[in-house]
Design a protein around this ligand. Structure first.
Ligand code: SF4
Length: 383
């Protein structure tokens, strides 16, 4: 039995290891391939084009450690995630990057990017204008033109053209990664999902920093093992909703109380990998369409809040009983959506718990609140 348990734990070890040792991985990748690495802020960055140029995209994430280096550069009332990201640059943790880039999204992350660009020297930087009004009929043609400009800028930097063949292989690589992760998520709909929310988080977050070819190989192995994997009764089935979230300690704590996250709506989860690039012959248009029509970040989801129905759909598909809404302190886009999400979910009989995250999370205090929340769900189960 213990052997089986140990083997079960090994199933996600590679993803966990990649996530925890992302810098060592990127440095080794550079040495092995001689390629360039770009650090990116925000999941609206079209990684397809970077892969087409043989560049490794690495998402810039924080480290969840207290820090005191960002105060002169960024307002203290900007979200902790942005400050934590910038702190990583100022502390030199990403000193192997050849370049950085952002696709225009919320004000706070833009400030983190601008400050990084000003104070941390890199060989290349690019601010990709990206439509904020993605519901506009002009959004796709606008983004297509911007992607063409971005491609030209990359070609100048790397010193050669990026061909259609290169672009097709970048698109196929990214689509395959999305497809495989979707297949894993499908298994989370089962009455006894073969993976925890923490494991799913290791899988998705590592895909944002690891060469997708390697990540895809690992996903294929995982998909062979998962159908016969049994990790027992999931307890209460939860969804986690919010912005960026790679707080593994929080996930571990919640799941140690007998519940399981069966799905999510955040940009280190489904919002990152759902929706593939279509098969149009106009490759730039197809890429633009994917990023305009993906499940949106609330900073772009107006005038209609399309994300709310998407969240309800997820709760149905994954048979969710309770929702934990997490918000990075001071994050206006997500805060504006929270009352409407709460109302929609509660109308459908799904209990919600709202928690505000900072760079470090008060696990003890949160544990008490999560225990009380799960207690409510268990009582509801009795009726
Ligand atoms: S959307 Fe919110 S959490 Fe994400 S970077 Fe912007 S302010 Fe921070």
């Amino acid at each position: 039995m213990q052997l089986v348990q140990e083997e079960e734990n090994l199933t996600f070890n590679q993803f966990k290891d990649w996530y925890e040792n992302r810098h060592e991985y990127a440095k080794a990748w550079k040495e092995r391939t001689g390629g360039k690495v770009i650090g990116y802020f925000c999941t609206y960055v079209p990684e397809e084009i970077l892969y087409a140029a043989n560049i490794l995209p690495v998402r810039i994430l924080g480290s969840h450690e207290p820090q005191d280096v960002t105060e002169p550069h960024i307002f203290a009332m900007f979200c902790p995630f942005c400050r934590d990201c910038l702190a990583q640059g100022l502390k030199g943790r990403f000193d192997y990057l050849d370049g950085i880039m952002i696709a225009q999204s919320c004000l706070h992350i833009r400030q983190a990017y601008t400050s990084w660009d000003l104070h941390i020297p890199t060989d290349y930087s690019y601010y990709l204008p990206h439509p904020m009004h993605v519901q506009s009929p002009h959004a796709i043609p606008y983004l297509k033109e911007e992607l063409i400009q971005f491609k030209k800028s990359l070609e100048k930097w790397i010193g050669h053209l990026i061909t259609d063949k290169d672009l097709k292989s970048g698109i196929e690589l990214m689509n395959k990664n999305r497809r495989l992760m979707n297949q894993v998520y499908e298994l989370r709909k089962e009455p006894n999902p073969p993976l925890t929310g923490l494991e799913a988080m290791y899988m998705v977050v590592s895909s944002q920093m690891i060469d997708k070819e390697e990540h895809n190989r690992e996903l294929e192995l995982l998909l062979q093992k998962l159908p016969s994997r049994d990790i027992g009764d999931p307890g209460e089935r939860l969804i986690i909703i919010g912005s960026e979230d790679d707080d593994t300690e929080f996930m571990k704590m919640v799941e140690s109380l007998g519940a399981t996250f069966v799905t999510d709506d955040h940009c280190t989860g489904t919002r990152y990998f759902q929706k593939e690039v279509g098969s149009s012959r106009d490759l730039m248009s197809a890429i633009a369409e994917r990023y305009v029509k993906r499940v949106p970040c609330p900073s772009k989801d107006w005038p209609n809040r399309t994300r709310l129905d998407h969240i309800l759909q997820l709760t149905k598909e994954y048979d969710v009983q309770g929702a934990i809404l997490i918000q990075q302190k001071f994050c206006d886009p997500h805060e504006l959506d929270t009352p409407a999400i709460k109302e929609k979910l509660e109308d459908k009989g799904i209990a919600t718990l709202f928690l505000e995250f900072d760079v470090t999370v008060p696990i003890g205090q949160f544990k008490t609140r999560v225990e009380a929340f799960l207690e409510i769900l268990r009582e509801e189960d009795l009726f």
